[in-house]
Structure formats: C-alpha cells, structure tokens
Ligand binder design. Structure first.
Ligand code: Z5A
Length: 209
C-alpha cells in the first residue's frame, strides 16, 4: 500500500525558480521548530549522496544530456530521496516539507521540454512508489519576476539557461497541474510574511499543525 504505516504529513512547495519556495519552506521550518514538532526540510533534486551527485550533473551547464536522460536522472534522484529519507520520516510521524517534487518533472520536462506527460508521470509514480503529498502549495509568479529576483545570484544553471518559451510552457503546465491535483495556488508576488501567514492558516485549519 502506498501510504501504509505513514503517520506524518507531507507538504510540497512548487513553482518557478525564484518564486520563493525556499524562503517559505524555511519559514515553515522555523514555525515547526518553535512548536517543538519533528520536522524535515528537503529539496529536489538532491538530499541523498546519489541525489546530490545527480544534481551536480543535471545543473552543470557543461553537461550534454538527452531529454529522456534528464527525465530519468531526475526520477532516479527522487526515487532515492523518497526511499531513504522521505518515506522513513513520514513513517516516524514527522512533517516533511519538500522544495519541489514530481510535479516539477511534469511541469519542466513534460510541459516545458514537451516530453510525453503521461510517460513522465508513470515513470515518476513508479519511482516514488505512488507516494503523493498531502498539500502542494504553488507559488505563482511570471518568469520575469523570478529572473529579476535571482539576478544577483551566481550564474545560471543548465536548466535556467533555457529560453522564455520554455518557462512560459512551464507556467502553463503548472496551471493545468494545479487543477488536476488540487494545488493550493498562492500569489508569489505577495509579501513574504503574508504568504507564510496564509500557508500556516491553511495548515492550521486542517489540523495539520
Ligand atoms: N528541475 C526540473 O527541471 N525538474 C525537476 O523534476 C526538478 C527540478 C526537481 C533546480 O534548481 C532546477 O531544477 C530548477 C528546476 C529544475 N531550475 N530552474 N529553472 P534549484 O534547486 O537551484 O533552484 P529552484 O528550486 O529553481 O529555485 P531557488 O533558487 O531555490 O529559488 P526559490 O526557492 O524558488 O526562491 P527563494 O530562494 O526562496 O527566493 C529567491 C529570492 O526571492 C530571494 O532573494 C528571496 O528573498 C526573494 N523572495 C522570496 N519570496 C519573495 C516575495 N514574496 N517577494 C519578494 N521577494 C521574495
């Protein structure tokens, strides 16, 4: 069974690069730690030895990779993270907050790179043993907002170097996924503390916290 033995809660943040996922996940971490809750914050791709190595390959601008190679390496990193880290934490009853999950592969590789979305979905569902989050928050921004926020950061990684059309397809993909999976869509341009308050209100109203 997909969720057998799982006592914890699984929360995912999704959205474009620079939408504020890391900021919100960290604020939620602080919130949980103030309340003494057992809490784990992970990000994709990465979070395991294998996943961190795959992350380096995937984001290195010098890597030359086929489109399906990209799908499969991301799924491999995700499979490892779920098996070694996320599922054990959920079984222990912890709250797991994940910065990106398989929806990123559907949005970026499926819609953005125009790979067969159904096949990307099947590969990823298999990779994670069918484990799906309890809540997915989509921080909605336009690509230029994310780019402007990241302007002063290190150089662009391999995926960030893609053209405007790619990121527009990713945004549209996220909108379709939001309806399909019932994401909670937040305005990613709202003030940071306001978004955090809304996230906490939603989780509290559903007795998660
Ligand atoms: N990728 C993929 O293609 N397929 C997959 O399956 C997976 C990933 C899992 C990972 O890059 C890349 O891999 C990513 C998708 C692809 N590439 N792209 N493009 P990453 O892990 O290096 O980065 P990221 O996940 O894309 O985003 P990030 O750099 O971690 O940014 P973020 O978490 O979305 O935002 P942030 O760090 O919280 O905030 C960015 C800045 O904005 C920062 O200065 C904040 O203070 C500021 N900020 C945050 N919120 C606000 C608000 N509300 N107002 C104003 N300013 C704000």
């Amino acid at each position: 069974m997909v969720r057998s033995n799982i006592k914890g809660r699984f929360i995912v943040f999704e959205g474009l690069d620079g939408c504020g996922k890391t900021t919100q996940a960290q604020l939620l971490a602080d919130y949980f730690s103030c309340r003494g809750a057992e809490y784990l914050h992970v990000r994709e791709p990465g979070g395991t030895d294998v996943g961190d190595k795959l992350r380096q390959i995937l984001l290195d601008p010098d890597t030359v990779l086929t489109r399906w190679g990209e799908v499969l390496l991301l799924a491999a990193a995700r499979a490892q993270l779920v098996q070694d880290v996320i599922r054990p934490a959920l079984v222990r009853g912890m709250v797991v907050v994940c910065d990106r999950y398989l929806f990123s592969s559907l949005a970026y590789q499926g819609y953005g790179l125009r790979q067969d979305v159904e096949l990307v979905r099947q590969i990823n569902l298999e990779a994670v043993g069918g484990l799906m989050p309890d809540w997915t928050f989509l921080l909605d921004i336009e690509p230029d907002v994310g780019l402007a926020r990241q302007a002063n950061r290190r150089g662009l990684d391999r995926i960030e170097q893609r053209d405007e059309g790619f990121f527009q397809r990713v945004v549209e993909g996220y909108q379709l996924l939001a309806k399909e999976y019932g994401f909670i869509t937040m305005d990613g341009t709202a003030p940071i503390q306001e978004i955090h308050r809304q996230v906490v209100d939603i989780l509290e109203s559903e007795n998660t916290l």
